[in-house]
Design a protein around this ligand. Structure first.
Ligand code: BGC
Ligand code: BGC
Length: 426
């Protein structure tokens, strides 16, 4: 069965950040720091999904969707990151999973979508190797409760974006600006992934994936310099996270003047390269790269012109999805498991969102033309307009409009269109 779903993330939709024993996360801390998020927005209330989940599940069913990718808030389950379990936190996801099944919707939980318990950040966050083991312990707690009703699990969401925006550039929580010194965050997240796969399987999980943010990288010109820069960027954004998981090896980082990651210990790569049942791929747009960059970086973003853009200013390049997926098949061959597009979508204003329809139609059509990839699912980001990280509530990615004053949900034109599009295919 091909999975047609939407994707969301706990901090972006749940709200209720101090309810039922939830502990603070790094996003609670960060969003309350002045100047971090546009207009001082926070996820304190967000879409109030913690209370309105039943209505939201009904919306999914109304669109004819058969899958739902959501994330579990680690600080709801383990308020201090490890140690005492908060049963009320598990109860919330337990009810949600049951409600999804009642509507014939396959639950696809992601264990980490960036809301790290603050207590773990206080001990070093993903810069600390211990966080990897804590993550596996948390995975085991959740799987023991849910694996009888959850078939498919995703460990991490976009470890690249969490490393670069959270620890490298400081635009996301925890707001560190370590530049390349953030690289241990890649390894510790990947190690956490591998350990979590083992923990999930031990607790009865049947299918396990990881979700990476991937981008086709276009050299700005045919020059030697731009091609080398594009290759260096591809290494950092794509290969650094796909190679260890699929091939059991890190790519060559010499373009960064780095001769191997010194935090890697013997056996780590074997742990990271656990066999997977699928690769989750999030695609938004290609990246055009020139060389060299500033601050000792071997690349710079040259920008893409000549395409329509979303309200976020991101270029709309549907064929990039096909290029990306076929590129993964070319690079990984037999090592590429089935692929799920676990996020694809766009920010636009308005309820009569014809641009979103055009975006989704173009990307779904491009996915349908992909050759040589066992593509098994497509998830729209997102079900609801929600808390778009550093942009607050300004970027609206939902199929369903949310009035954040009243929490009223209004399905957009794209919601109705998607229902027809799915029905026409099956
Ligand atoms: C993230 C989402 C985010 C979306 C749009 C993805 O990188 O996983 O949390 O809302 O992009 O920016
Ligand atoms: C984040 C945005 C960020 C964007 C950059 C998204 O995942 O949510 O805040 O600007 O990535 O690509």
């Amino acid at each position: 069965m091909f999975l047609w779903g939407t994707a969301t993330a706990s901090y972006q939709i749940e709200g209720a950040v101090r309810e039922d024993g939830r502990g603070p996360s790094i996003w609670d801390t960060f969003s309350h720091e002045p100047g971090r998020v546009r207009d001082g927005h926070t996820g304190d209330v967000a879409c109030d999904h913690y209370h309105r989940w039943a209505e939201d599940v009904a919306l999914m069913a109304g669109a004819g969707l058969n899958a739902y990718r959501f994330s579990i808030a680690w600080p709801r389950v383990l308020p201090s990151g490890y140690g005492a379990v908060n049963p009320a936190g598990l109860d919330f996801y337990d009810r949600l999973v049951d409600a999804l099944h009642e509507r014939g919707i396959t639950p696809v939980p992601t264990l980490f979508h960036w809301d790290l318990p603050q207590a773990l950040e206080d001990e070093g966050g993903w810069l600390s190797r211990d966080t990897a083991g804590r993550f596996a312990d948390y995975a085991a707690v959740v799987a023991e409760r849910l694996s009888d009703r959850v078939d498919m699990w995703i460990t991490l969401n976009e470890p690249f974006v969490h490393m670069v925006f959270g620890y490298g550039l400081g635009m996301h929580a925890p707001g560190r600006t370590l530049f390349l010194d953030a690289l241990p965050v890649a390894h510790h997240q990947l190690l956490g992934h591998g350990l979590a796969v083992q923990a999930l399987r031990a607790a009865g999980a049947r299918q396990v994936l990881v979700t990476n943010n991937c981008t086709p990288v276009w050299p700005a010109s045919g020059s030697e310099e731009d091609r080398a820069a594009a290759d260096a960027y591809d290494t950092l954004h794509n290969r650094l996270f796909n190679d260890p998981v699929l091939l059991g090896a890190y790519p060559d980082l010499s373009a960064y003047g780095i001769d191997g990651l010194d935090v890697v210990r013997p056996g780590d790569l074997e742990t990271i390269a656990q066999p997977l049942d699928g690769l989750g791929v999030n695609y938004y747009n290609p990246t055009r790269i020139a060389g060299p960059g500033a601050d000792g970086l071997p690349f710079r973003d040259a920008g893409i012109t000549g395409y329509p853009t979303t309200a976020f200013g991101w270029p709309v390049v549907p064929e990039g999805l096909r290029e990306l997926l076929e590129g993964l098949a070319a690079r990984y061959g037999e090592a590429l498991p089935p692929v799920y597009v676990t996020e694809n979508g766009c920010s636009y204003e308005g309820i009569d969102d014809q641009e979103r329809i055009a975006y989704l139609d173009g990307h779904i059509a491009a996915a349908e033309r992909v050759e040589g990839v066992d593509l098994r699912g497509y998830f729209v980001w997102s079900l609801l307009d929600n808390f778009e990280w550093a942009e607050g509530y300004h970027q609206r990615f939902g199929l369903v409009h949310v009035d954040f004053e009243t929490q009223r949900r209004t399905p957009k034109a794209s919601y109705h269109w998607l229902r027809e599009r799915i029905a026409a295919r099956s």
